[in-house]
Design a protein around this ligand. Sequence first.
Ligand code: FAE
Length: 525
Amino acid sequence: MNRKKFIQSSMLAVGGFYFLNSTFFKAAQPKSIKQKEIEAPIIIIGSGYGGAVSALRLCEAGKKVLILEMGLNWEKSGIPFSNLLKPGKSAAWLRKKTIAPFMNLFNLTPFTGALDRLEFENINIWMGRGVGGGSLVNGGMAVTPKETYFKEVFPNLDATKFYDFYFPLARKELKVNVIDEQFLNDCPYYKFTRVGEEEAHKAGFKTMRVPNVYDFKYMEKEYKNEVPRSALNTEVIYGNNYGKNSLDKTYLKKALDTGNLEILDLHYVDNIKLNSDKTYTLNAQNINTSGDVVAEKVFHCKKLILAAGTMGTLKLLLRSNAMNDFPIGQKVGKNWGNNGNFMTGRNFVNPLHGGTGAQQSTIPVGGVDNWDDKEHPFFTEIAPLPMGMDVATALYLLINRVDKKGQVSYDKINKKIVLDWDKTNTEKMKENTDYFIKKMNKANGGTRAHLLFDNGFGANICYHPLGGCVLGEATNEYGKLKDHDNLYVLDGSLIPGTIGVNPFVTIVAISEYCIENLIKQNEFA
Ligand code: FAE
């Protein structure tokens, strides 16, 4: 085949061939499926944080980059995101029911929505799908880790360089800002934060203001009804139509503006092959918004960056290894963690004074910082619960240390990834949660929210999967995968399972550090 032409199309036999390759999508009209061969110098799989950072820096260096993203380009599609009270197209990735952490009472018509959930025996993992990856659905909390913990997690990195340069750079590019204290004190939509902080203080905990990428000036205008509402209209985990500086508005926009980036959305990469000339062949499926395969595509590239998110990258590596003898070292799949995520809640919170508020902003701005407590180290977000009525319930997402790491592997027979993770991995997290809830209730009244999760303990809720392809272990010091000359991993899988706070600022900082050095070393020359 001629690989010189940038784009070539050819009709190939389908039928049996297609079904062998397919993982979970179905063919729209099998007879009409075309197989296309496409060549690009640099391909990035995934358009989340790691992918967006790599794309921008490579494009700025004058390189032509192609991003393959399985989710939809929401901005281009013109399809609005739905809110929590009226879930629609964006609410779930090809599901018949919503997949929020609880209260999934809504039926859906399957659509390539922005929120996806991977289900394992002892843990469910949520992630974003679409151009912008997790930035489309996350709470925007932009937290820089504590320097002492960063040093513990990454003993080989120059922490001073990170705190002086890469973290500030990440915050600037992501447009991180902080809510105005007066607005926070006055706005009824932040009663849940005010109550949460007062109660935490009463219980003897320290609180902290949490920065965010949501534009708080925009939110102030929302409140005054000067602009369309988003955070104040229960929009968040199914996407925000306004206000949030997701990656499509920051890194990806800048990269596209260089003219060097092309993004193909609704392109799912199923597996990768390493060719004898050290280039890569990618087998991909172009789907429509119902999940039907409309074209089988084969991409060829000299340089490949895996930025499919922790679970996506691990699946690609492990599946390609099982299918194509794709070389991966012993360390791939090891050192995985849930970033200590543990969800919990309290009922009968502030019942005599209007509970936590009937109207709540979806953007968290407060947290309890108990990290320095030797016995019970944790950080917890004071999370909103915007149900459209006051339920006098406080919701918390704790972030703990991960004392016992998990492992990801591939089950060849059932063709799926397997996660070695059970109750023993979350024991200490549960103990911390119990301690926190008891202390809060003792000082303020209230009960553990027994009807939520498993009797109030959400050990199985994970928003922050990290690790499995750890920097300096499975890769070299800048993310180049061991045993490869032309493949790099740049996403959450580089972080060894824990970072002590919400992770995207760290993912961006690490990606900036890696891509800068890879470019300096002429890896993409
Ligand atoms: P990610 O952003 O997940 O991007 C990976 C991309 O690759 C996605 O767009 C996928 O669709 C795409 N992809 C995967 N597999 C394939 C394939 N085979 N072919 C083509 N494309 C593929 O990766 N973090 C914070 O710091 N603050 C928060 O407030 C926060 N809130 C969160 C709330 C929710 C509900 C969730 C789910 C996550 C939250 N996170 C938060 C976590 C954060 O979004 C996550 O750590 C990052 O998005 C991970 O970034 P990556 O670059 O690793």
